[in-house]
Ligand binder design. Structure first.
Ligand code: ME8
Length: 649
């Protein structure tokens, strides 16, 4: 069973002069549950679309799931259910995740929906009738993980560059799309439109592909081998190749709602670098052959890495977005994702990075400005905003810094510099905090002659906060609304123009206080929770003298008992015999070792480490373990049988 989820669009009037912004995420394969990588692209598109809506543009945001193909059929078989039951389940998981993350998509498309299949068949027939599809035989290396043929040249150590799986050799009779025919046109198009694929490194990557023949694209699979797909309209014995099917979602979603005239081709695709070739080569040539205008921009971001490796289900290093949202809050999590990845580049993911970012930017800089401003307004003015009085140059500087931000933010977003856009706003917030310190309202409050000056300083801070709440509206919609409520401005909608005005808070407005918007994260508690290898692994250690090393007392021991920590799911509590004494050692190795396999294990203990309480259990030392780049961890022990307590020198 397939169902559709659509939200009503506001009407477009015939004389509509608004700019159109149509943005897409990839439609995700349903062979894996959503993780931070999928969440990043989806949250990013949500933020960018909200920013365009804030500017009054006519926006359409599409996401969905890619449900056909060998990979999905194999995953269903492995799960022991029908393909349809399987895709319904996982697609639902994606949709629920996006709903819980507050993603404001206009359309969620599934490639198993009849409305999509019909459009795919129409386009196939059109390209077939035009003579751009032919029947032939092909032999080559096929990668099921990436669902495409790969060339010898692309392989890295014999493996597919995308999935890192070894491909298999296949010979098959297929239908082919005359892709090579469109290579000169595509090359010229990209050369003439320098920002068609961006950032530039990905444009160069595609141009390099186009310098040599790209071949024709095999676009069908025999139904006998891969039944899970859309039939070719002229030959029931073959189903459409999954990429030909999937890419067309960007078009079918509009056609099925009758809005293709309104939104095509103003389309902005957002993807990660794994799928540059299908989007940069297959897709534009398909569109050209179908007689459709090509998209406006292909925007390519890097990978979220976990332990220096792409986060991916096949590498087993994924983090679920809803877990992070539950722990850190939806808006703070969105803020982190946007702030900590430079678009186009890879970024390292870690929970301590989220916590540090939240504390530094949101709890300290923004939270501090809000709390101190509302605190002072309450203390000195009973929470009531005074009329706007005359300003001095220090006030004007803060005002000018904020009023320059809307235009700068538009430029930053257009240039895909999202992290810098955020940093611009934060830097103005920091300058407002500095202004408070310099103006010292607490001193002004002691001097009745300076009452008007105090009002001006408080109002400047309130206006700065109001503007920040508008500028951050697309990134943190819930928190920004709450912020404005705390400022006494109610829950009404805002537009970017609200950040182009100053002294807009009416005199007499009663601001309240509320719970802190961004509570500080207890970094120590977090470090305890993720204690173990990650915490101990300082990357660059300073050179030390032998005396420094001699300060560390290392002793051989034997684990006599091991059990799970009652309050932390990453920790084990070990009892270790050092011969003359017994120690309790709390160790963050639970992801790597079972408690019972450790009993009898010989270990090396740092015996003179100051005791520390980890989630309520005192740890009297540390055991040594090594971890490689792949994340495999091994406890270090003596290679010969030595008495417990022997010193390691
Ligand atoms: O490729 N870092 O689906 P997919 C950043 N169905 N982004 C990541 C990521 C990571 N570690 N891992 C995944 C497919 N992504 C096809 C697409 S489109 C017509 C068909 C995100 O489930 C990123 O957006 O493998 C990447 O391009 C996408 O998930 C791949 O999703």
């Amino acid at each position: 069973m397939t169902d559709t989820l659509t939200t009503p669009l506001p009407d477009a009037s015939p004389d509509d002069s608004r700019s159109v912004f149509y943005a897409t995420t990839p439609i995700f394969y349903v062979n894996a549950a959503p993780h931070i990588g999928h969440a990043y692209t989806t949250i990013l598109v949500d933020i960018v679309t909200r920013f365009h809506r804030l500017q009054g543009n006519d926006t359409f945001f599409l996401t969905g799931t890619d449900e056909h193909g060998e990979k999905v059929a194999k995953a269903a078989a492995a799960a022991g259910v029908t393909s349809q039951a399987y895709v319904d389940e996982v697609s639902g998981d994606f949709r629920r995740t996006w709903d819980e993350l507050g993603i404001g998509y206009d359309e969620f498309i599934r490639t198993t929906e009849p409305r999509h299949q019909k459009v795919v068949q129409d386009v196939l027939q059109r390209v077939y009738d035009a003579g751009d599809i032919f029947y032939g035989e092909y032999s080559g290396l096929y990668c099921v993980g990436a669902e495409r043929f790969v060339t010898e040249k692309e392989l890295q150590d014999g493996r597919c560059p995308e999935s890192e799986d070894p491909p298999e050799y296949r010979t098959e009779a297929n239908y082919f799309f005359r892709m090579e025919k469109y290579r000169p046109w595509l090359r010229e198009h990209i050369e003439r439109n320098p920002d068609f694929i961006r950032p530039e490194r990905y444009r160069n990557e595609v141009l390099a592909m186009l310098r040599e023949p790209i071949g024709d694209l095999s676009i069908s699979r025999p139904r006998a081998r891969v039944p899970w797909g859309i039939s070719l309209p002229w030959d029931e014995e073959h189903v459409t190749y999954v990429w030909f099917d999937a890419l067309l979602n960007y078009w079918s979603a509009l056609v099925s709602r009758g809005v293709e005239g309104r939104y095509w081709p103003a389309v902005e695709h957002f993807i990660a670098k794994d799928i540059v070739k299908p989007h940069g080569v297959f897709w534009p040539t398909m569109l050209k052959a179908a007689g459709l205008p090509v998209y406006q921009h292909l925007n390519v971001h890097g990978y979220w890495l976990m332990d220096a490796r792409k986060m991916s289900k096949s590498f087993g290093n994924v983090v679920r977005p809803l877990d992070l949202q539950a722990k850190y809050g939806r808006d703070a999590f969105r803020y982190f994702l946007l702030r900590d990845m430079g678009f186009g580049l890879d970024a390292n993911f870690s929970e301590s990075a989220i916590a540090e970012r939240i504390n530094a930017d949101l709890a300290n800089d923004l939270g501090n400005l809000l709390n101190r401003t509302l605190g002072m307004l309450g203390r000195y003015r009973d929470g009531v905003v005074a009329p706007a009085g005359p300003s001095e140059s220090a006030d004007d500087e803060v005002r000018d810094a904020f009023l320059a931000l809307p235009d700068r933010m538009v430029e930053r977003f257009d240039a895909l510099q999202f992290d810098r856009a955020i940093e611009d706003v934060m830097s103005a917030v920091r300058s407002a905090n500095k202004y408070v310190a310099e103006q010292a309202p607490w001193l002004l409050a002691k001097d009745p002659v300076r009452a008007e000056r105090l009002d001006r300083v408080l109002r400047t801070c309130l206006e700065a906060l109001r503007c920040a709440s508008v500028l951050f509206e697309c990134v943190m919609p819930d928190k920004c609304r709450e912020l404005r409520v705390q400022l006494g401005m109610g829950e009404g909608a805002v537009t970017l123009d609200d950040a182009r005005t100053w002294d807009a808070i009416p005199a007499g407005t009663r601001a309240g206080t509320g719970d802190p918007l961004f509570p500080r994260i207890d970094l120590e508690a977090l470090a305890e929770e993720i204690a173990g290898p990650q915490v101990a692994a300082l990357e660059h250690k300073p050179e030390i003298a032998i005396d420094d090393f001699a300060k560390v007392e290392l002793r051989v021991g034997t684990v006599t008992h091991a059990e799970a920590h009652p309050k932390a799911d990453k920790l084990l509590v070990l009892t270790v015999s050092l011969g003359s004494e017994t120690r309790t050692v709390v160790s963050g190795i639970r992801a790597h070792y079972q408690a019972d396999e450790l009993v009898g294990q010989r270990v090396v203990v740092v015996a003179n480490l100051a005791p520390v309480k980890l989630r309520g259990v005192e740890s009297q030392g540390m055991i040594l373990a090594a971890e490689d780049d792949e994340g495999t961890l091994a406890i270090v022990g003596p290679l010969r049988d030595l008495a417990d307590g022997s010193e390691v020198r």
